[in-house]
Ligand binder design. Sequence first.
Ligand code: AGP
Length: 589
Amino acid sequence: MEYRGYDSAGVAILNSKGLEVRKRVGKLSALIETIRQRPIHGQIGVGHTRWATHGQPSEINAHPHTDCTDRLAIVHSGIIENYALLKERLLAGGHTFRSQTDTEVIAHLIEELARSYPMREAFRRALKELRGSYALCLISADEPTRLFGARNGSPLIVGVGKREALFASDVPAVLERTRRVVYLQDHDVVELSADGVRITTMEGKAIRRAPTRISWSLAAARKGGYPHYMLKEIHEQPAAIAHTLTNRLDAAKGHVTFDRRTNAFLDRLDLREQLVLIACGTAYHAALVGEYMLEEVARLPVDVDLASEFRYRGPLLNRSTTIIAITQSGETADTLAGIRLAKEQGAKVLAICNVVGSSIAREADAVLYTHAGPEIAVASTKAYTSQLTALALLTLYLAKRGRRIPAAQWHRLLEGLARLPKTLERALASEAAIKVVASKYAAARNFYYLGRRYNYPSALEGALKLKEICPLIHAEGYAAGEMKHGPISLIRKGWPVVVLAPQSSVYEKVISNIEEVRARSGECVVIASEGDAAIKRYADHLITIPKTEECFSPIVAAVPLQLFAYYVADANGCDIDQPPNLAKSVTVE
Ligand code: AGP
């Protein structure tokens, strides 16, 4: 689970000595070393990799957290919003706290309640007092053959193996042991024991949840010979987008389709009504490209919002609004809150999502799965290009349904989309050349990225990739036409500016923006279409990409942007798969 948080880690194991705990600050490898030196054994335990919310990364703040008597241990993902009040009460009741975390209150709360109730009941009663989000697991020396778990707003699954069961926050963690997984839902309370998996409501009423068989292979969740997951996932993009297109696009027959539920959802839409795309981070950049596609090609009215803004700005929604939530993990807290808000106000929700069975996939009215396979690197790559591919399919479906696209254009786009896996393979062939350009700029500390129209979001995404995995660098993406309204003041000799200039309806405008940068002695790394001889004289360094339809150009341009960021970060010795302060899925606010 290290990609979910990696500032500290710990385990607690129950055995004949009682509860044994090992914790370390830093990567999981540090904890593994400690356990090598001071081994612990047992058949039941809890472990956790932390992404700090309350209290800085330290051994004391690392999970598991124990009660005053060290008889029970808790691991928790999420935030307990009323922890300060609970802590005050527990301190007054004589409990001693060791950490600054919100999680520790849960351990003491259960300890307190276990004085009056059996552990199962104490656990349930404690949950009822918690406000906020949690996926949590508990072991107790008083119930040495049981593992307790619960979820509310944070992902938790149960892997059902042969004579064993496991809790985890995400599927890759259990793939080595089992492919049978139960996706827990909010307010589920679970007990794992030799008797099996027992799921109940908070009130103790039994619930049946059938296991799902996971199709992801273990190899898909491993590095497969690449030095980093990010590089492996960049290279997986032709296959990932081919999966997004499979059984949905038939260019020969001129056909786009989805599963029955999604088709029915799309066929019911009133195409005069507003579509609102919500997402976070890279998925938000995909949403921005989606806006251009849906408006230009399908002629639909579209709004785009960051989920973290959307949920608090009091959006005007009604039964005719359609929300399209875009998310790799399907667990991002802001996006989840956004769709819940929208549903409360009667809006319909379509999710574009990678993780089958995730919270957003379950709560949406229909899902368009991207089928990109597990994405482990914190920096999103194949999830992004497969989201764009899904948006392209959606655009074509709705354009046809609304009869808003001339037949010739429809067929041209369909063929361009079908060719995309091959086009991306060709884009990957420039890797060595991109590495050379990246090495020239490895020492630069400020970058601008510029693009217009479909490639304005590409500029944002290119800059995000670089600053995300190379924390030494400040990078900003701008709409190229905005430069003159402020950012251009920073340009000086040698300042690297990555410009997206593939053949497009705004090509000449972009050339003018390059001229403006060069007039101020900035250096342009230009990403242009293959065969564009004229652009050479404007570029300090040229990276070429295969030609495609303008609306698909961000999918192709993503490849050199990702590789450029990767090789700049690599040359700087950055921790590419686990950049500081970040985590793969942001399941807290
Ligand atoms: C992308 O490289 C980031 N790690 C991040 O911006 C991510 O895209 C964002 O947190 C949204 O995640 P989601 O797609 O799982 O909802």
